[in-house]
Design a binder for this molecule. Structure first.
Ligand code: HGY
Ligand code: MN
Ligand code: MN
Length: 437
């Protein structure tokens, strides 16, 4: 790391140079990005964010990020999945870069922080390095992955999974949303069908700062957490085919009610969670639609999604197996009912690199925190990076029991700054590591 004389004066006189960041500038960036895709949430009355991937709102958010990256002097490239990279050159450009980032696409009922803190926090690190005239040894690359949420095209961590080679580019480009829009066509429509080859050359390391999206840090009184890994994720779509019939004249025994079967599945997955047979299983039917959706017609079709999460891979497998067996019994209740399942997403538990975890924990402790180690309940792009490069995550405390995927999602400016200061100083260490470290 080389520093200008003025910069040298700004680093506090300690043996480990510390990088401070501008929390106000970070907060202003978060709030400005949150205006893109803003909407008035009917349930909460709050202003939420709906910036689902490859929509016009996402495109506007992407353009703002690219502008900010260029203003910060970064070399911006976009890959074949639309993932955006901003490279800050190092004093030794031949060394593998350190990557830091997250995502700026959102679910439909988002707040201002999910993913955005990690991308804009990494940008704030770049801005702070520039403020101090610091050149790192290794290049530093900021990344904003495409379709991390997976809520539009049905597979989460999509851009990072293709970059890491878990999902084939052609398969990803052919994914469609519920209205039949093809991923590849939408990418071209918004002008982010980049030419950078999508397979990522493994970087020296990958770091991601993200809000916890749960209550653990808040209840424990910790501003930041060190993430040990990510739990298993299983998404499937279930389609139930019944028979439309008159609601008034059709006796119960003659019905093939797809809506009833859907309700049985909702109750079943909750029973599985409550049974305790699958450890810390979490189950969610996030989408459930009946057709034709008319008051006087017995539903002839129902579509629903089942999201299962489990920190234990074996217990996840047991839950998936038992649910599959239950689905096969449904026609016994209603002869003639057809059940079709479609795998949407599946990832196993992913541990993060112990060396990176210890480095981030050491940085956090050095900065005065008592960091808590915890597993992530949510999926993150970092889990796709972990198989190809040493990877770690920093969590930031959320208020209101860490609620997320809800406009009430909120982390304080102080906690956001604390998390990004940990990120900044961990990146400072990693970008100084010589080859072979
Ligand atoms: O689904 C998740 O855990 C993440 O929000 N993509
Ligand atoms: Mn996220
Ligand atoms: Mn999310």
């Amino acid at each position: 790391m080389t520093t200008s004389p003025a910069a040298a004066a700004s680093i506090p006189p300690t043996d480990t140079p510390r990088l401070t960041i501008d929390g106000d500038r970070l907060w202003a960036s978060l709030m400005e990005l949150a205006t893109i895709g803003a909407y008035r949430d009917a349930e909460t009355g709050l202003i939420g964010v709906d910036r689902q991937s490859l929509t016009d709102a996402d495109a506007a958010g992407r353009r703002l990020l690219v502008r900010w990256m260029r203003e910060a002097g970064l070399e911006v490239t976009v890959d074949e999945m639309g993932t955006i990279f901003g490279r800050r050159e190092g004093s030794d450009p031949t060394l593998a870069p350190v990557l830091a980032g997250s995502h700026i696409d959102s679910v439909g009922t988002a707040g201002a922080f999910d993913g955005c803190l990690g991308v804009l926090g990494a940008l704030e690190v770049v801005r702070s390095l520039d403020d101090r005239g610091i050149t790192t040894r290794r290049p530093l690359v900021i990344v904003a992955w495409t379709e991390e949420e997976g809520v539009r095209f049905g597979t989460d961590m999509l851009g990072s999974a293709v970059a890491a080679g878990r999902i084939a580019l052609a398969d990803a480009l052919d994914l469609t949303d519920v209205e039949g829009h093809r991923f590849g066509d939408e990418l071209a429509r918004i002008g982010f069908d980049g030419s950078r080859p999508v397979r990522l050359t493994p970087p020296h390391a990958y770091l991601e700062c993200h809000i916890e999206q749960g209550p653990v840090l808040l209840r424990g009184g910790h501003a930041v957490g060190i993430v040990t890994g990510v739990q298993a994720i299983s998404w499937q779509k279930v389609t139930l085919h019944g028979r439309a019939a008159h609601a008034g004249t059709t006796p119960t025994e003659l019905r093939i009610d797809a809506g009833l079967a859907a309700a049985q599945i909702v109750v079943k997955v909750r029973e599985m969670v409550d049974s305790g047979r699958y450890g810390r299983l979490r189950a969610t039917v996030g989408r459930i639609n009946t057709f034709p959706g008319l008051p006087s017609v017995v539903p002839d079709r129902a579509e629903l999604t089942v999201d299962l999460r489990n920190p234990d891979g074996d217990r996840m497998a047991a839950a998936e197996k038992d649910l599959a067996e239950f689905l096969e019994t449904l026609p016994q209740w209603q002869p003639g009912l057809r059940v079709v399942t479609e795998r949407m997403a599946k990832t196993h538990p992913v541990p993060f690199d112990p060396r990176i975890r210890d480095l981030v924990a050491d940085v956090a402790t050095d900065l005065g925190h008592e960091p808590l180690a915890l597993m992530s309940g949510a999926g993150h792009d970092a889990q796709e990076m972990a198989p190809i490069t040493p990877t770690g995550m920093v969590f930031v405390r959320g208020q209101y029991d860490g609620i997320s995927h809800n406009p009430r999602e909120y982390s304080t400016p102080e906690d956001c700054a604390a998390g990004i200061t940990v990120l900044a100083n961990a990146l400072l260490r990693l970008t100084e590591e010589p080859s072979g470290a």
